[in-house]
Design a protein around this ligand. Structure first.
Ligand code: NAD
Ligand code: D0V
Length: 332
């Protein structure tokens, strides 16, 4: 006998919510922080985990499954075989080679490109309609590599880009002004990491542009204060690494917020790495850079035409040129 007895006149429920599935490739510090946040926020019906380290993979899967009593019901699977990812709506790639101390970024990039050649094609094969969300570093170049290797249209290949940079920026501004980070709109764009570009004119607090907000609150400010906060975004990344050896929680929440926007078709605007060719005079070739992009169920819906100063445009173009040079050395 079935465990439950149907009440009389029961009709089979019509599936109102579409079955959603996310795959996370790489179950390290970042991949597991993302997976855990996705489960806690009840974003999916099915979560698939893939890694190259079988014991780590099996252990992380079991450890997550054991939390089932405290989580919305989600099917959690893991395998070394990419068939476990079949039918994914979103594939989040955090697999990465650890940077060897003193290793050049180009050498690290070469190792990650080799790795992507064994990760991206099977993902694309098993989930030809999925959206790819790249987190592995260097994220802008690896987003380009994923786009090339997957053969997907550009709107379905996104890099987490400066989403984490911008969330740290919002935290630091909010801390400086003693307001909630949720009421601070601020965009860092361009290349993720050390050479990002802070869009000063985009910063607003509770809808008030930062500059007039500061004047109105009689908070003494100089341009240097804002520059200092931008520098702190970079310094705080190195500070976390020096203190705990890696970063996980902020990147986990920031990528889960991208997954929510995409899977729930929220049409929200996030600073993420997109194919930036033809925007803001970036015509050096095919390059992924972060711009404020509207995201939904089909990936990138559009890029906002935010006002950039001549200096900001020049910084973006310099980043595009640097990335193009690195990509040129990869022979893809
Ligand atoms: N974009 C961002 O803002 C941001 C922020 C933090 C970290 N990251 C990047 O995320 C990546 C992961 O960081 P982490 O701290 O989780 O590293 P980690 O070493 O903890 O995890 C990496 C995982 O990838 C797995 N892996 C290695 N080769 C693989 C392959 N061929 N196929 C599948 N899995 C493979 C490893 O087994 C490991 O479990 C790094 O590149 C890091 O720089 C990016
Ligand atoms: O919070 C981080 N942690 C990392 C990290 C995580 C595990 S080991 C290193 C980090 C921290 C500090 C520097 C740095 N540099 C780097 C650059 C290119 C690469 F291919 C790999 C790493 N990376 C990876 C990363 O991208 C970030 S965000 C970040 C980094 C530098 C400047 C500003 C920001 Cl917002």
């Amino acid at each position: 006998p079935s465990f439950f007895k149907a009440i009389q006149n029961t009709s089979p429920p019509s599936p109102t919510k579409r079955h959603t599935k996310i795959s996370v490739i790489g179950v390290g510090n970042v991949g597991m922080a993302i997976a855990q946040t996705i489960l806690t926020q009840d974003l999916v019906d099915e979560l698939a985990l893939v890694d190259a380290n079988s014991n780590k993979l099996q252990g992380e899967m079991l450890d997550l499954q054991h939390a089932a009593a405290f989580l919305p019901r989600t099917k959690i699977q893991a395998s070394l075989d990419y068939s476990v990812t079949a039918g994914s709506d979103l594939c989040i790639v955090t697999a990465g080679a650890r940077q060897i101390p003193g290793e050049s970024r180009l050498n690290l990039l070469q190792r990650n490109v080799t790795m992507f050649k064994s990760i991206i094609p099977p993902l694309a094969k098993y989930s030809p309609e999925a959206i790819l969300l790249i987190v592995s570093n260097p994220v802008d170049v690896l987003s380009y590599i994923a786009w090339k290797l997957s053969g997907f249209p550009a709107n379905r290949v996104i890099g987490s880009g400066t989403n984490l940079d911008s969330s740290r920026f919002r935290f630091l501004i909010a801390d400086h002004l003693d307001v909630s980070a949720q009421d601070v709109q601020a965009y860092i764009v361009g290349e993720h990491g050390d050479s990002s570009v802070a869009l000063w004119s985009s910063i607003s607090v509770g809808g008030v542009p930062i500059l007039s907000f500061l004047e109105r609150q009689q908070i003494a400010y100089e341009k240097e204060t804002l520059e200092k906060i931008h520098k702190e975004v970079v310094e705080s990344a190195y500070e976390v690494i020096s203190l705990k050896g890696y970063t996980s929680w902020a990147i986990g929440y920031s990528v889960a917020s991208l997954a929510r926007t995409i899977l729930r078709n929220q049409r929200r605007i996030h600073p993420v790495s997109v194919l930036a060719t033809s925007f803001y005079g970036i015509n050096e070739g095919e390059v992924f850079l972060s711009l404020p992009a509207q995201l939904g169920r089909t990936g990138v819906l559009g890029v906002t035409n935010v006002h950039l100063s001549d200096e900001e445009i020049q910084q973006l173009r310099n980043s595009a040129k640097t990335i193009m040079e690195v990509q040129g050395q990869l022979g893809i």
